[in-house]
Design a protein around this ligand. Structure first.
Ligand SMILES: NC(=O)c1ccc[n+]([C@@H]2O[C@H](COP(=O)([O-])OP(=O)(O)OC[C@H]3O[C@@H](n4cnc5c(N)ncnc54)[C@H](O)[C@@H]3O)[C@@H](O)[C@H]2O)c1
Length: 307
């Protein structure tokens, strides 16, 4: 796809993070944008920003985990624009917890949003995408759809599933006008951790080393502290959205967002059993790129402990 001008794009989870900036950057590039989110307040914020661009836009408060609401979205988009050219299945959540302590309710919540919604949306929109001369379906997995860490089973399971589904569909759609992409972001500074469902019972929130996450003074970190430092320490979501859109333009099937994602994928290939041991070393080599972000995260942490 050479240009986004005069295209119709649907973006799920557009109230925050990468979805918000996908919508803004597509509008800047001349696309009509149909945005949706379960959070009506943040969706409204994105909607207000989109008004600054001279393109048609519309927004829908929907819960993507509900198949009927996805079908409603597809109907409304076709009714308003007559067609759809790009669908970004971006909405996602996290529910970090040890597997044995995790409720089935939280498991289903995360899996239904991260995985089932991608299937239902692909099913609803593909017949329309197939009618065009060129169109794109962009599903967001994660670098955690390639490597695994402890205490994050449902996130990994759902993101591995998105990857498997999308990469198979990619091959199936090879001779059609639909280009299918799978997105693998690394650490992007968004609200995903602030919006996560943590299991805060027991010894505190567990880090990827399997131990309770603590600050330098040894105090247990709260969910909001973890969310804040995650947001401050990651790549700017606007930059991430630009990388995704560039990947779509270049028809890159696997879109890695961030050097950390690329290095973790390489580590997984070099050492399929032991990548968790070499990842900290590889990430250390990239330190110069991360110093600014680390300083930002430290500042946020200090501000929090001062509160
Ligand atoms: N931030 C990262 O480091 C990172 C890394 C890898 C993958 N991802 C993936 O990127 C995608 C975007 O996440 P983000 O980091 O921008 O997070 P974010 O929390 O900033 O944005 C996600 C948006 O999805 C919306 N959403 C949640 N549940 C929904 C539902 N049921 N129906 C409709 N909308 C819903 C949220 O309200 C939010 O606006 C997700 O699929 C996430 O798993 C993020």
């Amino acid at each position: 796809m050479k240009t986004f001008e005069n295209k119709v794009a649907v973006i799920t989870g557009a109230g925050s993070g990468m979805g918000k900036y996908l919508a803004i950057n597509l509008a800047k590039a001349g696309s009509s944008v149909a945005i949706c989110d379960v959070n009506k307040d943040t969706l409204k914020e994105t909607e207000d920003i989109l008004r600054n661009y001279n393109v048609p836009s519309s927004s829908y408060v929907i819960d993507v985990s509900d198949k009927e609401e996805i079908n409603f979205l597809a109907e409304k988009v076709i009714e308003k624009y007559g067609r759809v050219d790009l669908v970004f299945n971006n909405a996602g959540v996290a529910a970090p917890s040890s597997f044995v302590e995790m409720s089935e309710k939280d498991w289903n919540w995360c899996n239904d949003i991260n995985y089932s919604a991608v299937i239902n949306s692909s099913r609803a929109f593909l017949p329309h995408l197939l009618k065009n001369k060129e169109s794109a379906l962009i599903n967001t997995s994660s670098i955690y759809g390639i490597i695994t860490t402890p205490n994050n089973t449902v996130y990994h399971a759902s993101k591995f599933a998105v990857r498997g589904f999308t990469e198979s569909l990619m091959k199936e759609m090879h001779d059609t006008p639909v280009q299918v992409h799978c997105v693998y972001p690394g650490h992007i500074g968004t609200n995903i951790v602030s919006n996560a469902r943590f299991n805060e019972e027991g010894e505190g929130i567990l880090g990827i080393d399997g131990k309770p996450a603590k600050d330098r003074e040894g105090n247990l970190l709260t969910a909001s502290q973890i969310g804040e430092t995650f947001r401050e320490g990651g790549m700017d979501p606007d930059h991430a959205a630009k990388i995704i859109l560039k990947g779509v333009k270049k028809d890159k099937k696997r879109i890695f967002v961030g050097l950390d994602a690329k290095l973790m994928e390489t580590a997984q290939r070099i050492a399929p059993q032991h990548y968790l041991k070499i990842i900290p070393f590889i990430l250390f080599l990239t330190l110069p790129f991360y110093i600014k972000r680390i300083m930002r995260a430290n500042k946020a942490r200090k501000n929090l402990s001062a509160k």
